[in-house]
Design a protein around this ligand. Structure first.
Ligand code: FES
Ligand code: MG
Length: 578
């Protein structure tokens, strides 16, 4: 007999249900109260479906239907499905930023799995932070798991024009500020830009993170590209259900899937898709949960050498996720770049990456380019260092005008988002195209939660002159659908005394992308003087989650996980006493 295979007696859930004692009597009695006989669940893998549906999560609005497909698969394979509602962390309505709650989701997932009689889990997520939150928690919990990505929504459409999530909202908003769009047109764009269930359909944070989970081997192969509205998405849901049951019998835990090599595959695929800058923070956090010490420098090195071959907006020029799916989806992209990947990595299918990619076909090589004809030879992400960001900062060269690759100009510094927002609408604001717009106190603690404020709006004075880009710097993140010459994730953040806190309006700032430098041209002695005079800002929270968050969150370069949730903080919790 294969010693590693689970049997009905050695299932984790059997600890709750099998013994002839008073506790187990209680558990079995409550299963009867729920309407189940022992024949329904006893000796079968109990599969938790962690469903991040909510009535305020537009990206997951199909999950009440999709979960039925997952259950169908689980039942067919002889498992027993139990749906566990899990924190939704929607991107659109959660303020000040969904990032404030990623770690709350990760912690909930870990504890939800750990405390219940589960043998394996299907994680249903997709909207930006839900992917890293679910995966981080499930990696730590360590039970067999499959990630079910929500899938992108259909292409946007208004008046015959294709609309892309985020990117086109910003673009049309600038035109509206310039007075070029009527109220009726603006309302039309509003109704047409998100017209089905599913996640943002540009290669924003959602599509980047689900692609990362896919490339890492945590989804059914290619699942991340299937549009939410496609019936293939339902079939994929049932596949997840069938497969997770086998994974339990095989005792296939995340540690055999999330390894240094699979994390590298995921990072390579992220670069090849022109990934969201948010991927940096989340991928580092996910990798560290698995004990893989991925660093900003690793990502910079991959960014320098990986061609961007997914011609999907915002980094690509022409297409959206629906087109990417029709062109063959993520499997086709991975097959196209298989020479760069470690195809021996194991995946949830029980097969290697290479086996999963067999027969993958590129149907449109303008959407999924060959390595020999990339959208950009390199440049999905670059990591900067210098006296403004000793622990790193991130820029997305492919999404900004190359004239900013080498840039020097005077800083215009704002200490808060509301101050900046008011100032940029002032048509008399003293600003030139060379000005470097700076926002601070927008990092993990300062934001708090590192809001997506990093694509600082172009001042109206410049918009009216026809400018649509300028160099901007912050310790914030930006939406994966954003674009422009935005330096982000400055670490350490200004709120905790990072050097960005010492910058003054009028100081000259220099970006040198080629040499990966970002500096303020201020004498060291002056910097020392300013540091001595710096006063830490008031704490933002005196109680509750915000207080706990600001006590324990790490900086952007280490993934913004909580200190006490990280793998090396202490030994993992042992199985609960029952
Ligand atoms: Fe949910 Fe963009 S708002 S993925
Ligand atoms: Mg987003």
């Amino acid at each position: 007999m294969d010693q590693t295979r689970k049997t009905p007696d050695t299932l984790r859930s059997a600890r709750w249900f099998a013994p002839d004692d008073l506790r187990s009597f209680g558990h079995r009695s409550r299963m009867m109260q729920l309407g189940y006989s022992e024949a329904d669940y006893m000796g079968r893998p109990m599969i938790g479906i962690l469903n991040t549906w909510s009535e305020l999560n537009a990206c997951h609005s199909h999950f009440p239907e999709r979960v039925k497909d997952v259950k169908r698969g689980i039942l067919q394979a002889g498992g027993f499905p139990v749906e566990l509602p899990t924190l939704s962390v929607d991107e659109t309505f959660t303020k000040p930023t969904s990032m404030l709650y990623r770690n709350m989701l990760a912690m909930e997932v870990e504890e939800n799995i750990h405390s219940h009689p589960l043998d394996g889990v299907v994680l249903m997520g997709g909207c930006d932070k839900s992917t890293p939150g679910l995966v981080m928690g499930a990696i730590t919990a360590g039970l067999p798991m499959i990630y079910l990505p929500a899938g992108p929504m259909l292409r946007g459409n208004y008046a015959g024009q294709v609309l892309g999530s985020g990117s086109d909202a910003w673009k049309y908003w600038d035109e509206r500020r310039a007075g070029n769009i009527s109220d009726a047109e603006w309302t039309g764009v509003q109704g047409g830009i998100a017209r089905s269930a599913g996640t943002c359909m540009t290669m924003g944070t959602a599509s980047t993170m689900t692609a990362i989970a896919d490339a890492m081997g945590l989804t059914m192969p290619g699942a991340s590209s299937i549009p939410a509205a496609d019936s293939g998405h339902q079939r994929m849901g049932a596949d997840c259900g069938r497969r997770i049951v086998d994974m339990v019998w095989e005792d296939m835990t995340p540690d055999v899937i999330v390894t240094e090599a699979s994390v590298r595959n995921a990072a390579l695929v992220a670069m090849a898709t022109g990934c969201s800058t948010n991927a940096v923070v989340h991928l580092i956090a996910m990798a560290r949960r698995a004990g893989v010490a991925l660093t900003l420098d690793d990502l910079d090195a991959l960014g320098r050498t990986t061609p961007l071959i997914a011609n999907v907006r915002p980094s690509g020029k022409d297409y959206l996720m629906e087109d990417f799916f029709y062109a063959g989806g993520l499997r086709a992209l991975m097959a196209q770049m298989a020479s760069l990947l470690d195809t021996s990595c194991m995946t949830v299918t029980g097969k290697t990456v290479g086996e999963n990619l067999k027969d993958a076909v590129v149907y449109n090589d303008d959407v999924i380019r060959p390595l020999s004809n990339p959208v950009y030879k390199e440049g999905s992400l670059a990591v900067l260092r210098g006296n403004l960001c000793p622990n790193g900062a991130v820029i997305k060269p492919a999404a900004c005008d190359p004239i900013y690759y080498q840039h020097q100009g005077p800083a215009l510094v704002f200490d808060s988002y509301p101050d900046m927002k008011a100032a940029i609408e002032d048509e008399d604001l003293e600003v030139t195209p060379d000005t470097v717009l700076v926002l601070r106190n927008a990092g993990p603690q300062g934001g708090p939660g590192m809001p997506e404020w990093g694509m600082l709006p172009i001042p109206k004075a410049l918009i009216k002159q026809g400018y649509r880009d300028m160099l901007r710097i912050s310790d914030a993140r930006m939406s994966g659908t954003s674009y422009g010459a935005c330096v982000l994730h400055v670490a350490p953040e200004s709120y905790v005394g990072g050097p960005l806190a010492l910058l003054k309006t009028g100081d000259i700032v220099r970006l040198d992308l080629e040499n990966r430098r970002l500096d303020m041209l201020v004498d060291d002695s002056e910097i020392t003087r300013r540091r001595a005079a710096w006063v830490a800002p008031e704490p933002k929270f005196e109680r509750g989650w915000g207080w706990m968050y600001s006590k324990h969150v790490g900086q952007a370069d280490t993934g913004c996980d909580f200190d006490y949730l990280q793998r090396d903080f202490g030994a993992a919790a042992s199985e609960p006493d029952i």
